[in-house]
Structures are given as structure tokens and as C-alpha cells.
Design a protein around this ligand. Structure first.
Ligand code: FAD
Length: 317
């Protein structure tokens, strides 16, 4: 038996979640006393994979897989899982990963758990601790099938370097034209900046910023920190910021290491989408703003005074 990780990449560059997934996979493989197999699609980049503990790299090659197709990816990975006798298959919790994992689970007749945040204590029974209820609680899910598919939540495990010298093989999957009935044909970036999904740090603004003309405050702070910018729902509804920046229950989920909320009250629907960020910093004039209850650090103050000072101070780092 082996543990299989699918390491997704964007234009040949592995996403942080992919490397985190390999670190996680290594820990699961150690617990299972088995090898860690890492599968990639249409890339020859592999240095980083060895840095985080891959014992074997299976390079799936088929030019039709350059565009994401959940069915085709699932078919290809199921074939690798069979070839490598993988009983545990690990996928990231990106939007593609969450689309792919259930198809793969059906194909392998595997039990599946999403949003995993830690390594199961034992392989049998295999109990996965998962984030649930909009990150307000945990659920422990026992997967009793022989094969298991697990999606790891972003920023839940961290990167753990462990250099290896993996065997590398190419793999040509047998894919049906039907696999490509539905595929992404174009990925259009909404900006050239750090995306909310990939960001370690997110700086977010709310209605307290009064208008779009004041967004320089958010952008300057984000620029200094190498962060993505985000906003509350009313801000995007008012057209102050693009909808792609709206975070919360009905917007994008944020699971960053640091989330800075400026002039955001902390309504339950906003918190539902950002609660799983590791450290939350709130800047708000109202000491009674609900966000302070969920914050790790809070500054009661006017954003127009506090944020420029903070940006200036952070420039020296
Ligand atoms: P406000 O609630 O108006 O808060 C502005 C804050 O700025 C206040 O706390 C104020 O004290 C502070 N402030 C004012 N001036 C300053 C200053 N100079 N400096 C510092 N602070 C200042 N909202 C989301 O964000 N995401 C969602 O996904 C989402 N989904 C929703 C789904 C449903 C079904 C519903 C009903 C609502 C949803 N909402 C969502 C809306 C949510 O309920 C809140 O209305 C919204 O989050 C409030 O946005 P805000 O904090 O920017 O604005």
C-alpha cells in the first residue's frame, strides 16, 4: 500500500497548498509505514517535491490535461492509484480539488472527507478531524472503506521540509474522449496581484473606509506585506471593489495566516468565511464591533489614522 498525493501546479509552479499537502502526506505515509507517491500533471518541475518528502514522483503526461477537466484528472489519478496500490489519496481543498475529490472517490469506491486539518492518529481506524460549520467547529469523520480520499484544508498543516531522492517515472493514462466533455477552456486572471486563495496575508476593507477613493490605504498596506486585498460584501455590492474581492459566507473563503480587517464590523456572514484564518487583526473605531470578539489583536481607532502609520512602520521590515 502507498499514500498518493496529487500536487497541482500553475504554469509549472507548485502552489503552497501542494507542498503543504506533500508534508501532510509524508506524515500520513509514516503513520501507515508506506511510501509517499506524488503525482503531477504535465510538468517536469520536481525539485520542490523531493524537498518535502516524495519517495516517488509519477509524472502524468497527456497534453489534453493542460486544461483542467475534473473527470479526466480523476480518471488519470485513479489509474495511478491502482498502479501504485495507493489506499490513501490526498487532494488539496482548492476549488479544483473539491471538484476532483468526489469524482475520484466514486471511481475508487472510496470514503471521502474534505477540510481535513490534522493527521489521523491511526490508520485503522482512520478518523479525520475536519473543519466544519463555517469553521466554527470540528467534526471527526471515520472513513471505513479500504480506499480513502482526503482533502486537506489550506494552511492547516504547514510546510515541513524533508529532503528525499525520489524515483521518477512517466505515466501515460488511458483517457476517453468522453472525459473531456466538460473542461475549463480559459483561466482569466482578475488581476496580476496575489490572489486571495493563494495569499498568506489578506488585507480587507469594509464600509468603514467610506468610499472607493480611500482604497489606497488598503492597497498600500497590502503592497508592503505582499498581501492580497479583499473586501466585505456591501463594498463589492456598492461597486467600490470588484466582486472577485468579496469574502465571507457568500464570497470567497479566506484561510490565510494573517487576516487584517479594516472598517469591517464582523457580521456573522463575514466571519463565516474568514474565521479559519490563523491570526485576525481588526482595526475599527467602534470598541463594540463584533469583530473584536473573534480577533486575536484589535486596534480601536480611525483607519485613516492607524493604517498609514502601520504601513509606514512595516516598510522598514
Ligand atoms: P458595516 O456593517 O457598515 O461596518 C462598517 C464598520 O466600519 C463598523 O463596524 C464601523 O464601526 C467601522 N468604521 C466606520 N468608520 C471607521 C473608520 N474611520 N475607521 C475604522 N473603522 C470604521 N457580508 C460579507 O462581508 N460577506 C459575505 O459573504 C456576506 N454574505 C451575506 C449573506 C447574507 C444572506 C446576508 C443577509 C448578508 C451577508 N453579508 C455578507 C452582509 C453582512 O451581514 C454585513 O452587512 C456586512 O458584512 C457588513 O459589511 P461591513 O462590515 O463592511 O459594513
Amino acid at each position: 500500500m502507498s499514500v498518493l498525493v496529487f500536487a497541482d501546479h500553475a504554469e509549472g509552479k507548485f502552489k503552497k497548498i501542494a507542498l503543504e499537502l506533500i508534508s501532510y502526506g509524508k506524515s500520513v505515509a509514516k503513520k501507515a509505514q508506506s511510501k509517499l507517491i506524488v503525482a503531477t500533471i504535465n510538468t517536469d518541475e520536481d525539485q520542490e517535491l523531493a524537498q518535502y518528502g516524495a519517495d516517488k514522483i509519477v509524472k502524468i503526461k497527456d497534453s489534453r490535461l493542460n486544461a483542467f477537466s475534473a473527470r479526466a484528472y480523476s480518471d488519470a489519478l485513479a489509474q495511478v492509484a491502482k498502479q501504485e496500490s495507493s489506499d490513501i489519496i490526498l487532494i488539496d481543498s482548492s476549488s479544483n480539488g473539491k471538484y476532483l475529490a468526489p469524482l475520484l472517490a466514486v471511481q475508487l469506491e472510496a470514503g471521502m472527507a474534505t477540510n481535513a486539518i490534522s493527521v489521523p492518529e491511526t490508520i485503522a481506524p482512520f478518523v479525520v478531524k475536519r473543519m466544519a460549520f463555517s469553521s466554527k467547529g470540528f467534526v471527526f469523520t471515520s472513513i471505513n472503506s479500504d480506499k480513502k480520499v482526503v482533502c486537506l484544508a489550506k494552511n492547516s498543516f504547514g510546510l515541513k521540509e524533508e529532503a528525499t531522492n525520489p524515483e521518477k517515472v512517466s505515466f501515460e493514462p488511458k483517457l476517453d474522449d468522453k472525459d473531456f466533455d466538460l473542461k475549463s477552456i480559459l483561466v482569466e486572471k482578475t488581476s496580476g496581484q496575489v490572489t486571495i486563495a493563494d495569499a498568506d496575508i489578506v488585507v480587507s476593507g469594509g464600509r468603514g473606509l467610506k468610499g472607493p477613493e480611500n482604497w489606497g490605504l488598503v492597497e498600500d498596506l497590502a503592497g508592503v506585506l505582499g498581501a492580497a486585498t479583499a473586501c466585505s460584501k456591501p463594498v463589492s455590492d456598492l461597486g467600490w471593489r470588484p466582486h472577485s474581492e468579496h469574502v465571507g459566507q457568500t464570497g470567497k473563503p479566506v484561510s490565510s495566516n494573517l487576516y487584517i480587517a479594516i472598517g469591517i464590523s464582523g457580521a456573522i456572514q463575514h466571519l463565516a468565511g474568514v474565521n479559519s484564518s490563523k491570526v485576525k487583526v481588526v482595526i475599527n473605531t467602534d470598541p463594540e464591533a463584533p469583530f473584536f470578539k473573534a480577533a486575536d489583536y484589535g486596534i480601536v481607532g480611525d483607519a485613516f489614522e492607524v493604517v498609514p502609520k502601520l504601513t509606514e512602520k512595516l516598510k522598514v521590515f
